[in-house]
Design a protein around this ligand. Structure first.
Ligand SMILES: *[C@@H]1O[C@H](CO)[C@@H](O)[C@H](O)[C@H]1NC(C)=O
Ligand SMILES: *[C@@H]1O[C@H](CO)[C@@H](O)[C@H](O)[C@H]1NC(C)=O
Ligand SMILES: *[C@@H]1O[C@H](CO)[C@@H](O)[C@H](O)[C@H]1NC(C)=O
Ligand SMILES: *[C@@H]1O[C@H](CO)[C@@H](O)[C@H](O)[C@H]1NC(C)=O
Ligand SMILES: *[C@@H]1O[C@H](CO)[C@@H](O)[C@H](O)[C@H]1NC(C)=O
Ligand SMILES: *[C@@H]1O[C@H](CO)[C@@H](O)[C@H](O)[C@H]1NC(C)=O
Ligand SMILES: *[C@@H]1O[C@H](CO)[C@@H](O)[C@H](O)[C@H]1NC(C)=O
Ligand SMILES: *[C@@H]1O[C@H](CO)[C@@H](O)[C@H](O)[C@H]1NC(C)=O
Length: 744
């Protein structure tokens, strides 16, 4: 079973996350006695609490009674529900996590009132130059109070509160609507809530970040502006989050063994009830899940119902199509892209050849050290111990056993340096000793030199910062679509900086396998780093438009994105990077938005085959769309989404229509014309794109106007995607929707 994780990019464990996961045994938190495992029993929306029970003395709510009652119906006499239930979800959504046998889970799944029963899985925890690169200025002083009303919920590895990024200097008290708590943690007026969950429980836990990931993502969203930050002199500058005036609420759900679904759902349940405005979720898996068997899709659905947007990572599963995760249309799925800065590192061989790789290497130059290939061909710590690598540069070939090839083996063997083969040449990693990553070809070049001489030596220089003119380009590791759950919803939605990002770290953790290395700010990569850029931008938009729905905020981010640079990356399409690169400043004033409400999502779910009974449990009301046409009614392409996507049969002629409605959020009397941009190479695929009507004339704010985009053409060959764009424009606004036609 794939393990959910935070989406930090681990060194050299990139592309084949799926096979890696398969080797793991099930559910870290779930192994129980007698064939029991942790399951989530999802019961849909929360019933209003009957008044006679709401204040009951022993604190057990009506929902919890109902959960025990339900479970007792399938347990035999020797077991009791109170021994089995780990957690009741009863603040924002309805359900519970319990230890069950497969048989018990099966019986529960067919009971009245149960939407789904699924095993809890363990997901992986996958300068801010990046904001300048996005053209997003620092928040002016007078706007900080607006941001102070915004609370961002971070589901992550916790937070290290002593970072200067989280100082509450000058902050007033939390917004009065805030209902969160600080569990075993001293909050301030910046970090206003902190809870922790593990294996369904919160007892005896601390939300302190002893890993670093959660502090990094939180500071990218809402870190204060801190001057003179660098990593050993690299990436020097001002570190800041998107919304330095906003508040943080921390929900620690990830531990050294990953992040459990049961805990993720508990955090969503609390965060929404506590009163967060945006949820940032840098956690994912190597494959998407069906919506009501996926804790984050369920949690974010109930968040959406309360007006809370969830922004999530698209995944780090690299080149192979269809691995994008967090694909529900009510959540934002964020891909990673490059910024205009790179960290390169040179190794100069004894024969004078220079090879340029990547790394974050702030050690002094390592001069004329002997090159050594590991005796067993592996840089695993176990394999190097006992060898004579002291003072040498160890050459590490690809490691295919799923263990990290992160320099910790050579480091513990006393080596002086390391060269590691990478599958992500666009990423620089921090290593515990002087070293760099290179491509396989470059590694072979070094090996050829080693084979040619009896005294192979090399010099490893310190990292240099260079410009990266092609940026933004999609990151090699960022998981591409298509969306395997809803073929008509383009995922990922958008790209944001996710390569070599500097942000706050935890002093309780080392950035490398060297335990003595401690930093306040660290440089890391992953869709985990891209997600908080989008979460922060969403919080920024929300601070200016408190009444906007999650769909309106998503639309604002998506339709104002900057098209990506695809030069030299022939296979990179919207399926890899979505609508383009995040542009927060423009998203504040998008002109038009594609709104969607719960009933629109429910209509889409009907088209997926969810029936009225299930959807009534989820929403608490009877879903008319399902009642009317059931599965026959429409497809996911019909959802009022800010992008348009359709899967078609290869090489066949096709005609498809996208019904859409835009809402005017510009000025009352705005008018828009439309243009359709079709790249030359896609002319056959988009033989005719007809937008009707071709002009939108508004007379009021919030007015809605509908239009239809009808596309006909000849589908591309198997496995290809082609895109055009539909752009509504006037002098002030460009409202751009990619239109993607793809084959499986
Ligand atoms: C607080 O967290 C620490 C772990 O850091 C734990 O040992 C302690 O029991 C926790 N205290 C409470 C009251 O939960
Ligand atoms: C920045 O830090 C460096 C050393 O880390 C120090 O020499 C310098 O004075 C600092 N500059 C400012 C403006 O604080
Ligand atoms: C390193 O080796 C090169 C080539 O063998 C030699 O020219 C150079 O002087 C050496 N440098 C040092 C500092 O020993
Ligand atoms: C590396 O170490 C592992 C674990 O000790 C062992 O199973 C494996 O055979 C070793 N591989 C080589 C190439 O020495
Ligand atoms: C270097 O020599 C090893 C055997 O000693 C061989 O396996 C490898 O292919 C050679 N590499 C190159 C690039 O010549
Ligand atoms: C593009 O994809 C095809 C098929 O998936 C693959 O063979 C080719 O190497 C890829 N090209 C690039 C530049 O990645
Ligand atoms: C709805 O779907 C559930 C699960 O697939 C099934 O058990 C139930 O019988 C269905 N109800 C109706 C009315 O079709
Ligand atoms: C498919 O479309 C092409 C171009 O639009 C047209 O020439 C051809 O006749 C169509 N084929 C069929 C079977 O309709």
């Amino acid at each position: 079973m794939p393990r959910p994780r935070t989406l930090l990019l681990p060194l050299l464990l990139v592309v084949f996350a799926a096979s890696l996961s398969a080797a793991e045994t099930t559910v870290g938190d779930g192994d129980g006695d007698g064939g029991q495992a942790v399951y989530i029993v999802y019961l849909g929306h929360l019933q209003p609490t009957p008044p006679d029970l709401s204040g009951s003395e022993d604190g057990v709510s009506a929902a919890e009674f109902a959960h025990h009652d339900l479970l007792n119906q399938v347990l035999d006499e020797s077991s009791s529900a109170s021994d089995r239930i780990l957690r009741s979800y009863r603040r924002s959504l309805n359900g519970f996590a319990a230890r069950l046998t497969e048989q018990e889970a099966h019986e529960l799944s067919s009971m009245d009132g149960v939407v789904s029963v699924f095993p809890s899985e363990t997901y992986e925890p996958l300068t801010t130059r990046s904001w300048d690169f996005l053209g997003f200025p620092q928040t002016p002083k007078e706007e900080l109070p607006l941001e102070g009303e915004i609370i961002v919920g971070m589901l992550d590895t916790g937070i290290w509160p002593d970072s200067p990024s989280f100082s509450d200097d000058g902050f007033g008290p939390p917004p009065s609507r805030w209902k969160g708590v600080c569990q075993n943690f001293t909050c301030n007026n910046k970090i206003i809530g902190a809870r922790a969950y593990r294996g369904g429980s919160s007892d005896g836990l601390s939300p302190l970040d002893d890993e670093g990931h959660g502090s990094h993502t939180a500071s990218t969203v809402a870190g204060r502006s801190v001057g003179n930050v660098s990593f050993g002199g690299l990436a020097a500058g001002v570190a800041r989050g998107a919304v330095p005036g906003a508040r943080l609420a921390v929900y620690k759900v990830c531990w050294d063994r990953g992040c459990g679904s049961a805990d993720i759902l508990a955090a969503f349940d609390d965060a929404v009830a506590d009163g967060v405005d945006v949820i940032s979720f840098s956690i994912g898996s190597s494959d998407p899940r069906e919506y009501f068997r996926d804790a984050q899709a369920i949690g974010s659905f109930h968040a959406m119902r309360r007006g809370v947007l969830t922004s999530a990572s698209a995944g780090n599963s690299g080149l192979l199509g269809g691995h994008v995760c967090n694909v529900a249309p009510w959540m934002l799925s964020v891909a990673a892209s490059s910024i205009d800065r790179r960290f390169v590192d040179k190794i100069v061989l004894g024969n004078g050849e220079t090879i340029v790789g990547a790394s974050i290497n702030t050690f002094p130059t390592l001069t004329n050290a002997t090159l050594a290939f590991p005796a067993g061909g592996s840089c695993d710590p176990d394999n190097l111990s006992g060898g004579s690598y002291r003072g040498k540069i160890v050459l590490c070939p690809p490691q295919n056993n799923g263990r990290p090839n992160d320099g910790s083996g050579p480091f513990s063997a006393g080596a002086a340096g390391v060269v590691i083969v990478t599958r992500s040449p666009d990423v620089a990693f921090v290593l515990p000793l002087p070293g760099l990553t290179v491509t396989q070809d470059e590694f072979d070049q070094i090996m050829a030199y080693v084979n040619s001489t009896s005294n192979a030596v090399a010099t490893i220089h310190r990292t240099e910062t260079t410009a990266n003119p092609p940026a933004p380009v999609a990151a090699s590791f960022s998981s591409p679509g298509p969306n395997l759950i809803s073929s008509g919803i383009l995922k990922p939605d958008i790209s944001a900086p996710g390569i070599d990002i500097i942000a706050s770290w935890s002093m309780l953790s080392s950035p490398t396998g060297n335990p003595n290395m401690k930093v306040l700010y660290n440089i890391i990569s992953g869709t985990s780093m891209a997600c908080p850029h989008a979460s922060g931008a969403a919080a920024y938009v929300k601070s200016h438009h408190r009444d906007w729905s999650p769909a309106m905020i998503m639309s604002a981010l998506i339709t104002t994105a900057t098209p990506m640079n695809t030069a030299g990356t022939s296979n990179s399409t919207e399926l890899k990077y979505g609508a383009g690169q995040l542009s927060p400043a423009k998203a504040r004033d998008p002109g038009l938005v594609y709104d969607a409400s719960e009933s629109d999502y429910v209509a889409m779910l009907c088209s997926h085959g969810y029936n009225a009974t299930q959807l009534a449990l989820v929403t608490g009301y009877n879903a008319p769309a399902c009642a009317a046409g059931g599965a026959a009614a429409g497809s996911s392409s019909d959802l009022n989404y800010p992008t348009m996507a359709i899967r078609v049969a290869p090489r066949k002629n096709f005609t498809v229509s996208f019904p859409r409605t835009v809402t005017n959020v510009g000025a009352a009397g705005d008018a828009y014309d439309v243009k359709v941009v079709i790249p030359i190479e896609a002319a056959k695929v988009f033989a005719a794109v007809v937008v009707s009507p071709v002009k939108l004339e508004f007379s009021a704010l919030s007015q809605k106007i509908s239009f239809t985009v009808t596309v006909s053409g000849v589908a591309p060959a198997e496995g290809q995607a082609h895109s055009a764009a539909v752009v509504w424009y006037n002098d002030e606004h460009q409202v751009r929707s990619p239109l993607v036609v793809y084959t499986v």
